[in-house]
Design a protein around this ligand. Structure first.
Ligand SMILES: [Zn+2]
Length: 216
């Protein structure tokens, strides 16, 4: 590798690490990652991602809390068990540039409530237009829901299989999914897109919860 390419590579790595740290702070400030929960990752290039290590306080991340993980190698020591969910998605979808995972209160509750349905369907909400490919509140947006599982390899396989299935007719699939009683995964081509999707979905789930509990 030439000196110029090495510097460019260093820049890419540093940019990805900074984006991971920023995402962690952003989510922590909104109380979406209590007690060191959540995971944040950003793609560096076709073969590597920057991803939070296990057990770190996401509101106080430093560069030493972020691992540089090759997509085709075993998880590094200190990796979160859930890193496998990130790695599988980056491997399956080259367009994904960032994946953020939170234990936001509304995501966690609504996933639990809709496990039996296998999905949360969004319809009639203006904010759903913040999701990639959704241009109207009249669209029906499917957010898949999976049973939580401590066997992350099995869970990762179930998620990958479901996301590879065609979207049901007349629906648009959200750039995110729920683990029942656990939280939300959301992604995008860039960290900015992933952040917008995370914020929109958590807010939409909160709106649904409020709507259902409101009695005029
Ligand atoms: Zn989690």
């Amino acid at each position: 590798m030439t000196v110029a390419l090495a510097i460019l590579d260093d820049d890419r790595v540093e940019t990805a690490i900074e984006a991971v740290i920023d995402a962690g702070r952003y989510a922590s400030a909104r109380h979406w990652v209590p007690a060191t929960s959540g995971n944040f990752s950003v793609r560096i290039d076709a073969t590597r991602v920057a991803i939070t290590r296990s057990g770190a306080d996401k509101g106080a991340l430093t560069a030493s809390d972020v691992l540089i993980q090759a997509l085709d190698e075993r998880l590094l020591p200190g990796s979160s068990a859930e890193a496998a969910l990130h790695i599988r998605q980056y491997t399956d979808n080259p367009d994904i540039g960032a994946i953020f995972h939170i234990h936001g209160p509304s995501s966690t509750v609504i996933g639990h409530a809709h496990l039996v349905d296998g999905a949360v369907l969004l319809n009639g909400w203006e904010l759903q237009k913040a999701l990639l490919g959704v241009t109207t509140h009249e669209a029906t947006v499917e957010v898949p829901v999976f049973a939580n599982d401590q066997d992350i390899d099995a869970l990762s396989q179930r998620v990958a299989s479901r996301l590879a299935e065609p979207v049901p007719a007349q629906q648009i699939r959200a750039p995110g999914y729920l683990l029942a009683g656990h939280g939300l995964y959301a992604w995008g081509r860039t960290p900015r897109d992933a952040t917008r999707h995370l914020e929109a979905l958590e807010a939409l789930f909160n709106q649904i919860i409020v709507f259902r509990s409101y009695r005029p």
